[in-house]
Design a protein around this ligand. Structure first.
Ligand SMILES: *Cc1c(COP(=O)(O)O)cnc(C)c1O
Length: 420
């Protein structure tokens, strides 16, 4: 098939043969996006889960402008700068206890790659042959080869499957079946080659907004600890207030051995990521032997402008962002409630500021035929929603108003009437 499109830009997660022209956005402000023909679109998924305080937040924009005039890039090997030092120091104050060092990178996937390399480097450097990674069914950790290896196998990575490395997988802790997950984790941890367990705390995002309770996370941490398996918390999506607390691990009172943060780290303004780790992991690489160096970098590691945006974001968290999170969570709770008994939907659920519900359709899963129809329907209503198959979710920036949310839920109800 050849494309009738004029543009030669290849877009992510987009089947161009089935998709019309891309929506051209010229401006963003708060919870809204504006198109070239001046339509106002409500951003109900925070532009793929990154925007927290709103598009073009003035405090973050100003920080970017000032830093760009001062120092916009510097090699981060052998050099440092104030924005990076400030972000690292503040992150260590806010993150769960026990995390001692901060490694910068530039995307969620990379922060996970770094986490895996830290874990494997730790065991290698202390001379223990542990190399097996334990993962959870339905999880998503990114689209690079390493992160696909630890994520769910399926349509996203079928073509690359022969190259993905082998992992041990435990079932998702579905309500009523939590013990099976814990038993499977315990069995996997007993394997003497188990190096680390990587998990998205409280919500599996791209896997379908699957939610599980904090006590399960706490138990999983206990099981890992008992056998020395490192716990990697992938908070790339769950961080920055999404689950109701700054980081999801707080709700389980869990200190991971390694934590990954990205997406909302700059408030959703510039790409940046960090991987935090315990001192033992850093110490295992600290040596007069240069071969034990942590050999990882990206060209733009700790880019000063991105770090300035992150520093401004952290300032906003010290000045009332948590109150906005609580108020969005309360609005979401009120608005999702009627859908719990709605026969057109199932599994209406909420964790913190995120809600999700599954439209009863003839087929389910990411490639469910209803997915693109739903998306097109919402687009006609000037709403940016991007269902995962028949799973519709709402993950707004925290400046969203109650009226915006009411409009979103009204459209979800109308979509069910019109499309099923
Ligand atoms: C989005 C996401 C990633 C990947 O982040 P990118 O910045 O897209 O590379 C990793 N883990 C989780 C849980 C995510 O939601």
């Amino acid at each position: 098939m050849t494309s009738p499109r004029k543009s030669r830009v290849w877009h992510p997660f987009t089947q161009h043969a089935l998709h019309g022209e891309m929506t051209r956005i010229v401006r963003g402000e708060g919870a809204y996006l504006y198109t070239a023909d001046d339509r106002r679109i409500i951003d109900a998924i925070a532009s793929w889960w990154v925007v927290t305080h709103g598009h073009c937040h003035p405090h973050i924009v100003r920080a970017i402008q000032e830093q760009a005039e001062q120092l916009n890039q510097i090699i981060f090997a052998g050099h440092t700068h104030d924005p990076a030092e400030a972000v690292a120091a503040q992150l260590l104050k806010l993150a769960p206890d026990g995390l001692d060092y901060v490694f910068f990178s530039d995307s969620g996937s990379t922060s996970v790659e770094v986490a895996l390399k830290m874990a494997l480097g730790y065991w290698h450097n202390i001379g223990v042959p542990r190399t097996r990674i334990i993962v959870m069914e339905h999880s998503y950790h990114g689209d690079t080869v390493g992160t696909m290896s630890v994520g769910a196998r399926g349509v996203f990575n079928k073509a690359y499957e022969p190259l993905l490395f082998d992992v041990a997988s435990i079932p998702f802790p579905a309500a009523g079946h939590e013990q099976a997950t814990l038993d499977a984790l315990e069995a996997a941890c007993k394997n003497e080659t188990a190096a680390a367990f990587i998990v998205e705390p409280l919500i599996l995002g791209a896997g379908g907004m699957l939610m599980y309770p904090a006590w399960v996370l706490k138990e999983m941490k206990r099981i890992c600890e008992a056998s020395g398996v490192l716990l990697i918390a992938d908070e790339v999506m769950t961080g920055w207030g999404r689950t109701g607390t700054l980081f999801a691990c707080e709700q389980a009172d869990v200190s991971p051995d390694i934590a990954c943060y990205s997406k909302g780290l700059t408030g959703g303004s510039l790409p940046l990521a960090v991987t935090l780790c315990r001192a033992e992991i850093y110490d295992a690489h600290y040596s007069s032997d240069r071969s034990r160096t942590f050999f990882h970098s990206s060209s733009y590691t700790a880019n000063p402008v991105a770090c300035a945006a992150a520093r401004a974001n952290l300032e906003l968290w010290q000045h009332g962002a948590g109150d906005r999170v609580a108020s969005v969570a309360a609005m979401q709770q009120r608005l999702i409630a009627p859908f719990r008994a709605d026969p057109r939907f199932e599994n209406a659920r909420r964790t913190g500021t995120i809600t999700a519900l599954d439209l009863k359709a003839s087929d389910a899963g990411y490639l469910a035929g209803i997915g693109p129809k739903l998306q097109a329907f919402f687009q006609r209503r000037d709403l940016l929603l991007r269902p995962l198959g028949n799973t519709i979710y709402v993950m707004p920036p925290y400046c969203v108003t109650e009226a915006d949310l009411e409009e979103i839920y009204a459209a979800i109800g109308d979509a069910a009437d019109e499309l099923t």
